[in-house]
Design a protein around this ligand. Structure first.
Ligand SMILES: NC(=O)c1ccc[n+]([C@@H]2O[C@H](COP(=O)([O-])OP(=O)(O)OC[C@H]3O[C@@H](n4cnc5c(N)ncnc54)[C@H](OP(=O)(O)O)[C@@H]3O)[C@@H](O)[C@H]2O)c1
Length: 250
């Protein structure tokens, strides 16, 4: 087997969907994979399939636990050289029916969860002068879409965060990748009752993530069809943009 690009990868949100898919691919490639999510049973089941996957259960909204996980994982398996912050929450809802506590939870998990995880690992990587950081946003973060006020706001913030910190991280010798998936069949999208154009199989999406990370791309985005449709929509003048998005209101 070829030497893996990374020796020790830390993935949050690894108990299902994209995070689990990527954990399995990287474990098969020979990386040591440290996996975090709240569901201890699911993490244990994934770890049981490999000799090189370790479960570190935790909630990404608990910054102290994340620091503990990084300290324990690095002490046991060596420096983390790739992070994939994948944990995410989605409560589809029009703003008129949105519970404010679900809005706050979305911000806590999707945005602050990435910030806390970044904080847990950043000083260590800066001290070493190397490391590859990535987090999962979404093409839904390119511009505002109906039913997605909370989720879309957090994903837009994650895109902004990546654009903001990339030059600083590069100056410290670090690589940053921003992963922007379109629709993927996972437990998160199973609850959606609206059309999901160009929806991808989770294995194909996980492969696309790993391939983009291996090439050290800044933006890892798939599928290409949805990427270009949404990028194009977001350069339209507002009257045209809202002409399109008004049709999406249920
Ligand atoms: N599926 C899509 O179409 C799609 C599209 C664009 C972007 N994304 C993004 O891709 C990422 C993965 O989503 P997915 O589709 O794979 O959905 P998923 O299968 O529901 O995975 C979400 C993961 O996040 C974890 N998680 C949720 N809250 C957490 C918390 N407080 N602390 C720790 N872990 C937590 C879940 O584990 P526990 O419940 O065990 O904690 C699970 O492992 C998310 O950031 C999502 O926004 C998905």
């Amino acid at each position: 087997m070829a030497e893996p690009k990374w020796k020790h990868v830390w993935i949050t949100g690894a108990s299902s969907g994209l995070g689990e898919g990527v954990a399995r691919i990287l474990a098969k490639k020979g990386c040591h994979v440290s996996i975090t999510a709240r569901s201890e049973d699911k993490l244990a089941a994934i770890a049981a399939d490999f000799g090189n996957v370790t479960s570190y259960p935790g909630d990404v909204t608990d910054p102290e636990r994340l620091k503990e996980i990084v300290a324990q994982a690095e002490e046991t398996h060596g420096p983390i050289d790739l992070t994939i912050f994948c944990a995410g929450a989605w409560f589809p809802s029009p703003i008129t029916k949105m519970k404010v506590e679900n809005f706050a939870k979305t911000v806590d998990v999707n945005l602050m969860g990435v910030v806390y995880a970044l904080d847990a690992v950043l000083d260590r990587m800066i001290e070493r002068g190397s490391g590859h950081i990535s987090w999962v946003s979404s093409v839904a973060g390119y511009g505002g879409l109906p039913n997605s006020a909370a989720y879309g706001s957090t994903k837009a913030a994650l895109i902004h965060l990546a654009e903001s910190v990339r030059p600083e991280l590069e100056r410290k010798g670090l690589t940053l990748s921003l992963i922007n998936p379109g629709f993927v069949k996972t437990p998160m999208t199973n609850k959606n009752d609206f059309p999901m154009p160009f929806i991808m199989e989770p294995d194909d999406a996980a492969e696309a993530m790993v391939s983009g990370l291996e090439r050290e791309k800044f933006e890892v985005v798939f599928p290409w069809q949805l990427k270009w449709i949404l990028k194009f929509m977001n350069i339209l003048p507002y009257p045209l943009y809202f002409w399109i998005t008004r049709k999406m209101v249920g």
